[in-house]
Design a binder for this molecule. Structure first.
Ligand SMILES: [Zn+2]
Length: 403
C-alpha cells in the first residue's frame, strides 16, 4: 500500500506558503498568527477527509476518525511550527504524511485493531520551550514552570497560550497511546552521502538549554574610564570564547551553541547593564548533558567574577537522550524491504517530540535524506520521490502496528 504522492506534495506545497517570507524562508514560530493559520489549514484538510480535530491545554492537536477516540490508538505526527526563517519540511513533512496515512487507511477501509491518529505537537522548536507540547502531554507542567517561560521576543508563554485559539482544557490520556512513529527529514548529510533513502533512527541526542544573564552597570561610553567599568558585555564575550573548549572537554559528540545574544539597553554609546545569551547544548548521554550543564554554569560564573559583574544561569528542562524501540525499528525496516528501499540505522543529533513520546509508548522514527544536509533554513530540500518513499514506509509501519 502506498501514499498518494501528488496529494502529499500538494499539501506540502500549500503548507509551505503559510508564513513564507520575502527571502523564501518560512516564519511560523509557535503560537504566532502564522502557526494559527497553518493549523486552520490543517484542520480544514482533516475535515475534508472526514476527520475530527481535538486540542489539549498545551495546544497539541490530534486528528482522528469520529469513532477513534476511545481505547488505545497508534499515533503519528510531528510539528507545524518552524524556527525563524526556517524551511518547508522540518516538522511539516511528518504532519502532512501523518494526515496522508490516516486518509489512506480510511480510503482503503482497512480493518485495524487500533485506530491511527495524526498529532501536531506545539512549539517543537522552542520559541517558548523546546518540545513544549509533547513534554506537556507526557509530564505536564506546574504553574511555576509555565510562568517562567518566555518567547524569543520576551513575551510570556502564559499570555501567548491564553490568546491562542488552538487550545482547550481537555488533556489527551497518555495511557491511550499504544505506539508513536514520526517521519522527519534527517537534517544532516549522511543518508544523501550514502545514497540510502530510509534512515531507521536508533537514538535521539540529549539536550539542554539555558539563558545566561550577565549584569553590570550602565555608564557613559565616553566618560567612564575602562578600568572603572562593570561591563557585562566583556564577561559575555569571554564566556563565548570558552564554549568550544567546554564542549571538547565533555566529548567528541557534545555541542554547544549560542544562537541569540543581546545587550541592554542596547545603544552604541552606553556601556550595557545586561548581556543575555541563549544556549543550546547536546550530548549522547544524560551524564554528558549534566556535565555540560555544570561546566557551562561554572564557566559563566568565572567569567562574571573576572569582569566584576553579576551572573544568573536559568536552565531549561533538560531532555534526556533515548533509545528508540527495537521492535518498532524492525517493523520500519520490514516496511522498507517490502518497498525495495535500502535502510541504514542512524542516530539523531536533533531533538524531536519522539524523545518525549518514547517515555510513554514504544516509539520509532523514520528519516528521509536532506539535500546537502541543510535544515533550519530556506535551503531545506528533499526530492519528492524520497518524501513519498518515507511516507509509504510510515504508512506500512502504522498499519503493521495497528493490526
Ligand atoms: Zn522537526
Amino acid at each position: 500500500m502506498k501514499v498518494n504522492g501528488p496529494r502529499l506534495r500538494a499539501d506540502l506545497e500549500a503548507l509551505a506558503q503559510i508564513g513564507r517570507n520575502s527571502d523564501g524562508g518560512i516564519d511560523r514560530t509557535a503560537l504566532s498568527a502564522e502557526d494559527a493559520a497553518a493549523r486552520t489549514w490543517y484542520e480544514s484538510r482533516c475535515q475534508e477527509a472526514g476527520l475530527e480535530v481535538r486540542c489539549d491545554k498545551w495546544a497539541n492537536m490530534v486528528a482522528g476518525a469520529a469513532h477513534s477516540w476511545d481505547g488505545a490508538a497508534v499515533w503519528t505526527g510531528s510539528h507545524l511550527d518552524t524556527v525563524p526563517d526556517g524551511g518547508a519540511l522540518d516538522g511539516a513533512l511528518g504532519v502532512v504524511a501523518a494526515l496522508e496515512c490516516v486518509r489512506r487507511i480510511t480510503e482503503e477501509h482497512l480493518e485495524l485493531a487500533h485506530p491511527v491518529q495524526a498529532v501536531v505537537f506545539a512549539d517543537e522548536e522552542g520559541n517558548y520551550s523546546h518540545l513544549f507540547g509533547s513534554y506537556g502531554l507526557v509530564h505536564g507542567y506546574s504553574d511555576r514552570q509555565l510562568a517562567a517561560m518566555t518567547g524569543r521576543e520576551g513575551d510570556a508563554l502564559t499570555d501567548a497560550l491564553r490568546d491562542f485559539s488552538w487550545r482547550t482544557g481537555e488533556p489527551f490520556d497518555p495511557g491511550r497511546i499504544r505506539h508513536f512513529v514520526e517521519l522527519h527529514i534527517e537534517q544532516g548529510p549522511i543518508l544523501e552521502q550514502r545514497d540510502i533513502p530510509i534512515g531507521v533512527v536508533t537514538s535521539i541526542v540529549g539536550l539542554g538549554g539555558a539563558e545566561v544573564v550577565f549584569t553590570g552597570r550602565a555608564d557613559h561610553a565616553g566618560t567612564t574610564p575602562m578600568t572603572m567599568r562593570r561591563d557585562p558585555g566583556r564577561a559575555a564575550g569571554a564566556f563565548l570564547t570558552r564554549l568550544a573548549d567546554i564542549a571538547a572537554s565533555i566529548g567528541d559528540d557534545a555541542v554547544i551553541t549560542c544562537g541569540r545574544f543581546s545587550f541592554q539597553p542596547g545603544a552604541s554609546n552606553v556601556v550595557p547593564d545586561a548581556a543575555n545569551l541563549a544556549l543550546d547544548f547536546r550530548a549522547p548521554t544524560s551524564d554528558q548533558v549534566e556535565a555540560l550543564t555544570r561546566a557551562l554554569s561554572t564557566a559563566a560564573h568565572e567569567c562574571a567574577s573576572a569582569h566584576d559583574v553579576g551572573c544568573a544561569v536559568h536552565l531549561d528542562q533538560p531532555v534526556s537522550p533515548v533509545e528508540l524501540d527495537a521492535e518498532v525499528r524492525d517493523i520500519i525496516r520490514a516496511a522498507a524491504v517490502r518497498n525495495v528501499l535500502p535502510t541504514m540505522d542512524i542516530p539523531s543529533g536533533a531533538g524531536h517530540d519522539s524523545q518525549n513520546m518514547s517515555r510513554i509508548a514504544p516509539t520509532g522514527m523514520i528519516f528521509v535524506p536532506s539535500h546537502a544536509g541543510r535544515s533550519h533554513s530556506r535551503f531545506e530540500h528533499t526530492d519528492p520521490e524520497l518524501l513519498e518513499n518515507g511516507a509509504t514506509v510510515l504508512l506500512e509501519t502504522l498499519v503493521s502496528l495497528a493490526r
